[in-house]
Design a protein around this ligand. Sequence first.
Ligand code: IMP
Ligand code: MG
Length: 180
Amino acid sequence: MNLPSAPPPIERVLFTAEQIEARIQEVAARISADFEGRELKLVAVLKGSVFFLTALARYITVPLRVDFLAISHFTNQPGAPGLVRIAKDLDDAIEGEHVLLVEDIVDTGFTTRYLLQNLAGRGPASLGICTLLDRTSRRIARIPVNYSCFEIPDRFVVGFGLDHKQLYRNLNCIAVIRPD
Ligand code: IMP
Ligand code: MG
């Protein structure tokens, strides 16, 4: 039986589609200015960050390449320290390139720190981080976030690529969901 799916259990919308679009344009303008005269590669982690990468890339004006990798957590607990591995690697080398790691959210920072260390070992000309959401209140691993669109409170959020049990990535806003 094909029952209609339940509406998302949204408690509160943090950022509307219009607010997200406007903020992404601002951040893309800063990136374009900072990398003027150079080529840039955006690297995103599947699957959540893809939504942000494609939105951001459309407003960046310097020559741009994109590449993707996938990670898997050894436990169900995202952010458990050191318990991340690369499940699908980038297609191409990044040696000598200007690379921005595009993240959906930096929470404890463990995932981002692992990825930064891994990518830094490949000899890029520069390596930075651009995140849609930053939850600094839960940060444990100290990492430099070069570009951040929004700071968020310590509540679980979905939408614009972020999921709960693989659902709600397609919401065009970012929302807090009711705890189940
Ligand atoms: P970190 O290693 O603790 O920084 O966790 C990063 C990962 O945890 C993100 O890439 C997300 O997949 C997931 N995550 C953390 N907070 C949230 C949230 O509020 N909603 C959805 N996913 C989250
Ligand atoms: Mg996730």
